[in-house]
Ligand binder design. Structure first.
Ligand SMILES: [Zn+2]
Ligand SMILES: [Zn+2]
Ligand SMILES: [Zn+2]
Length: 97
């Protein structure tokens, strides 16, 4: 069972955008990108949707399912799914936040 991810952390130098209010304490939905796993594809990095806990591959991955999730759901903020504090990525502003 994946553990909940805390996103308070080192965000020094980053100005939070107005979309970070959508970020909640979420439990990752899976340990990999479900759509890539179904297709047998790989990814560079996994991102966690901070609105619903959906896990998908990053913009640096071949399939960019995190971007697809944003386009389907309008969930604006994701964070890399890795140990330790990470900045948020805002899909609307297309920047770290
Ligand atoms: Zn934003
Ligand atoms: Zn994927
Ligand atoms: Zn979501």
């Amino acid at each position: 069972m994946p553990r909940p991810v805390h996103f308070r952390g080192d965000r020094a130098g980053l100005r939070p955008c107005k979309h970070t209010h959508a970020a909640r304490l979420v439990t990752p939905h899976s340990e990999g990108c479900p759509e890539c796993l179904a297709r047998g594809d790989g990814w560079a990095e996994l991102w966690l949707c901070l609105s619903c806990g959906w896990v998908a591959c990053s913009d640096g991955s071949p399939n960019r399912h995190a971007q697809a999730h944003y386009e389907e759901t309008d969930h604006p903020v994701a964070t890399p799914l890795r140990p330790g504090p990470s900045p948020h990525w805002c899909f609307i502003h297309q920047r770290l936040t």
